[in-house]
Design a protein around this ligand. Structure first.
Ligand code: M6R
Length: 604
């Protein structure tokens, strides 16, 4: 997730773009830049760091037309050279999204004589527009983008004319209409100070902004009629896209974040997973004797699912360790061990220290992380970026499900290389994974029902979350989410373990969330539900859409769409997140900033 802005009008553009970028900083903040048109010359200023760092470096850039960018790196470290805008000849571009066929376009453009200066995928957009530019920027942008696979909201500036051209596919983009001036931005937050009249752009639409107006086209160059809407939100609400909390917004964003984690990484045709930043050779993958996953908190819970996947799909013995325990445990590791560090922030002190400890044993290292260029990413040989975009709420939500997706991808990748999974199974699984965003949307469509159930039980002092096998990590995650944001005491338990002690705590005052999607342990799970029901617990089951039996045994059923059995943890995660969110909301808790907690724990 990055933020893009553009302006054409009569006022000085630099302060307008800087102010707009500051409002988009929540979308990304590792580097930033501007391109300004002055007397048919484009000047660019960019830097690593935040918008405030850019401000301190800005020369006196005069002009009334320009584009700007705040970056959250997905390809290429957050450096000045990788910051946007990127320039090719007389054209500059800023971009939010991921170019899936980057390598193919890079090779082709190189052969055509284009020089690349950055490591970003965006630079191909600048060269493509330049290649097709013959005096008409709209046409050049369309021709260039027709070659592109992936997602983009991109804004272009050309030294020949005072205009900004922008196009969208699968990344948000909104145009703003002023008097004698017009704007483009990743979202309305950046526009509200200047205009409330906006036009939401759809996929494969392109807009040309001038001081006089905005013209919209489709990708065949035909004019498109668009409706102008008036925004009623204030700026604070707009930052959260109208959601009351970032956490709820981020729960909703899982429809796109999972799509982004998958983008360009699966080939349904060949059944292969493509992980460009994994440099382990086929022989090294075949020789792996053990995987050790190290992580904290939510990332640890993701790791527990990873263990199941690596063992059952790729046949690799896997252990999962809490980073702060691992680092002092005198672990037994060897050159045929792969240590996988999972960390959203890439800055968690215990996980970094545990990774450094692992390296002293000469094992292979890999990070699953969301932030490019962090301390953790510099410590490891291999990386899988989760590409979930910045997460503002302290409670991890979209970054957790993207970690799960990264683990599915990695385990299929290893399973294929080790010849443990046949091509048909991997194709089926990959096809099902692509359907997850739509399934999550279906769960979100049922949000009000889930909210109602959470409110009904929000006065409980203690909660239990029960799961077996693949759903056990999600039981732990559901309990962690509820504890951290609603302050209700909650325990996540392997359902079969309950009768070895905690069953003593079950009473009619204890809501029990039972994760009971279809699996080989489903019948056992139903037995566990009967056990707690016999102690008068109130049971909320999370079950499959076609499960009409379970209603008989429980008080409430929350249904999830039917999916490949292996993938239910992604769907049940969204339900437990909504339950935790709605409980905290009913109790009036400060959801985005729970007491005593920080987003990133950089001390031991
Ligand atoms: O950035 P990390 O993934 O390394 O953070 C680890 C934990 O601090 C984190 O997952 C924490 O448990 C979550 N914010 C809880 O929602």
């Amino acid at each position: 997730m990055c933020g893009i802005v553009g302006y054409v009008g009569t006022r000085q553009v630099t302060p307008i773009l800087i102010d707009a970028l500051k409002r988009l900083e929540y979308r990304g903040y590792d580097s930033a830049g501007l391109a300004i048109l002055t007397d048919k010359v484009i000047s660019v200023c960019k830097t690593e760091g935040k918008i405030a760092d850019l401000e301190t470096k800005l020369p006196d850039m005069k002009g009334t037309c320009g584009i700007g960018h705040t970056r959250w790196a997905t390809q290429g470290a957050p450096t000045t050279v990788n910051a946007h805008p990127h320039v090719s000849g007389n054209i500059a571009v800023v971009h939010n999204g991921i170019i899936e066929n980057y390598q193919e376009l890079y090779d082709w453009l190189k052969a055509e004589g284009y020089e690349f200066v950055s490591e970003t995928d965006t630079e191909v957009l600048a060269h493509l527009a330049h290649k097709y530019y013959k005096g008409d920027l709209v046409r050049a942008v369309i021709e260039g983008l027709k070659k592109v696979k992936g997602s983009y909201a991109a804004a272009y500036l050309c030294s020949d004319s005072k205009t900004v051209v922008a196009a969208r596919k699968e990344s948000p983009l909104v145009a703003g209409a002023g008097k004698g001036e017009n704007f483009i931005a990743s979202d309305v937050t950046a526009l509200l100070k200047n205009t409330r009249d906006v036009v939401y752009m759809q996929d494969f639409e392109i807009v040309q902004l001038t001081g006089e107006g905005m013209q919209f086209f489709d990708f065949d160059g035909n004019p498109v009629k668009k409706k102008t809407e008036t925004i009623e939100w204030n700026i604070e609400a707009a930052e959260k896209s109208g959601y009351p909390h970032f956490m709820l917004k981020e729960i909703h964003e899982q429809v796109t974040s999972i799509h982004d984690t998958l983008l360009g990484r699966i080939s349904e045709l060949s059944g292969e997973v493509i992980l460009g930043e994994v440099t382990l050779s086929i022989d090294e993958i075949k020789d792996l004797e053990r995987i050790v996953i190290i992580a904290c908190g939510t990332s640890y819970n993701a790791g527990l699912l990873g263990r199941y996947l690596f063992e059952s799909l790729a046949g690799i013995h896997t252990d999962v360790e809490i980073s702060s325990e691992f680092r002092y445990a005198n672990p037994v590791l060897s050159g045929s061990t792969l240590v996988i560090a999972i960390s959203q922030s890439g800055e968690t002190a215990d996980t970094i220290a545990a990774t450094r400890e692992a390296k002293t044993y000469g094992c292979h290292t890999l990070a699953i992380t969301n932030v490019v260029g962090t301390t953790l990413s510099r410590e490891v040989e291999n990386i899988v970026y989760t590409r979930a975009g910045p997460e503002i709420g302290v409670a991890a939500t979209k970054t957790f499900t993207s970690q799960l997706i990264a683990l599915y991808l990695l385990s299929i990748y290893f399973a294929r290389k080790r010849k443990k999974m046949d091509v048909d199974r991997s194709k089926r699984l990959l096809v099902s994974m692509k359907q997850l965003p739509g399934m999550i949307q279906q769960i979100l469509n049922n949000k009000e029902f889930i909210q109602k159930q959470a409110k009904r039980f929000s006065n409980a002092r203690d909660y239990f979350f029960l799961g077996r096998s693949l759903n056990f990590p999600i039981a732990l995650e559901g309990a962690l989410k509820l504890k951290e944001i609603s302050y209700i005491h909650a325990e996540g338990y392997a359902a079969g373990e309950l009768k070895h002690g905690p069953l003593a705590l079950i009473s009619k005052e204890t809501p029990v969330v039972a994760l009971a999607t279809r699996s080989s342990t489903y019948d056992k799970m139903v037995n566990n539900i009967k056990e707690v029901k016999a102690r008068s617990a109130q049971v909320i089951a999370i079950a499959c859409a076609d499960d009409n039996e379970i209603d008989k045994y429980v008080d409430v059923v929350i249904k999830v769409p039917i999916a490949d059995e292996l993938l239910y943890p992604v769907l049940t995660s969204v339900v437990v997140q909504l339950l935790a969110y709605s409980s905290a909301d009913a109790l009036g808790c400060p959801i985005d900033k729970p007491r005593n907690l920080a987003k990133s724990v950089t001390v031991e």
